[in-house]
Design a protein around this ligand. Structure first.
Ligand code: CP
Ligand code: NVA
Length: 311
């Protein structure tokens, strides 16, 4: 595959709504097709047989690491996972050279990066598909799993009212990037100074996204079909005490869920900090679908891998 035709998965903003729909449909099919199989068993067809994925982590991970590794194995391929600190990258080898070298060994590369620019540089210099496993800017694989989970629970995405509560962070950004593609309404409630990039909100609105920024979390969550929280302190954030103070009123608790729709669902990408961004009563309660959401990382990413590799 020539470099210019390489299908990277870096941002939901840059992938067509048709392609994203196709990936989500394939994720549902993938999951249904292997119902009842042991987790280590390969899928009936093994489209990535003979393919190998490199996974590079600049930050910690549980779900992303395991779901990609298990996913590659179920697709008939294999993977190599490493912390970037254990590579020459950690001693100053450039991301550009790393991209060129890894492209000679593997069929696709997943990177979890501190700085989104590193991911872009990797993709610009790789001749194999590059997949975003989270950066400071966004987390597209996560949102594909989240949307899959909502559909699985019988919620059509078009006009569904999603309310993000807390820090306008990387996960929030991918919800913004996908809003116009799937047609859901997105309400974002953050303290002053924690809002998402205005430029990206404007871009999404320009593409037809329905996005409301509502400061007051109670107003924001009123009649929401889905309430979403994430940690107040993301990997790489250093101003921990300040964040705890500033975000304290943006906790998802029973009072907040009470104003949402009667059948509202609760999403959280995990890891969660009970008693901070969400109470135990909510995340362990009936509205919460967080473990289905975690499992769906596997199925959504298998569909992403197949799309990237043209399978
Ligand atoms: N949600 C998510 O990306 O989890 P990990 O940090 O464990 O990969
Ligand atoms: N916003 C969180 C997501 C973790 C999966 C972080 O970046 O740390």
């Amino acid at each position: 595959m020539s470099k210019s035709h390489t299908k990277h998965f870096l941002s939901l903003a840059d992938i067509s709504k048709e392609a994203l729909r196709e990936i989500l449909d394939e994720a549902h099919r993938c999951k249904k097709a292997r119902a009842g199989l042991p987790k280590g068993a390969v899928d009936a067809n093994t489209p990535l047989s003979g393919h190998i994925l490199a996974m590079l982590f600049e930050k910690s991970s549980t779900r992303t690491r395991f779901s990609f590794e298990v996913g590659m194995s179920q697709l008939g391929g294999s993977s190599i996972s490493t912390s970037s600190n254990d590579m020459q990258l950690g001693r100053g080898e450039s991301i550009e050279d790393t991209a060129k070298v890894l492209s000679r060994f593997v069929d696709a590369i997943m990177l979890r990066a501190n700085d989104h620019n590193s991911l872009v540089a990797l993709a610009q210099n790789a001749t194999v598909p590059v997949i975003n496993g989270l950066t400071d800017y966004n987390h597209p694989c996560q949102i594909m799993a989240d949307l899959m989970t909502l559909e699985e629970k019988g919620r059509a995405l078009k006009n569904l009212r999603l309310c993000w509560v807390g820090d306008g962070n990387n996960v929030a950004m991918s919800f913004i990037n996908a809003a116009a593609k799937f047609g859901y309404q997105l309400v974002i409630s953050t303290p002053d100074g924690y809002g998402p990039s205005g430029q990206m909100v404007d871009r999404a609105r320009g593409e037809g996204a329905h996005i409301e920024l509502i400061h007051d979390p109670v107003k924001a969550c009123t009649f929401a079909d889905v309430v979403i929280a994430d940690t107040w302190v993301s990997m790489g954030d250093t101003d921990i005490e300040q964040r705890m103070r500033d975000l304290g009123d943006w906790q998802v608790n029973d009072d907040l869920m009470e104003v949402a729709a009667n059948d509202a669902l609760f999403l959280h990408c995990l890891p969660a900090h009970k008693g901070e961004e969400v109470t135990a009563s909510v995340i362990d309660g009936a509205a919460s679908v967080v473990f289905d959401e975690a499992e769906n990382r596997l199925h959504a990413q298998k569909a992403i891998l197949k799309w990237c590799l043209g399978k």
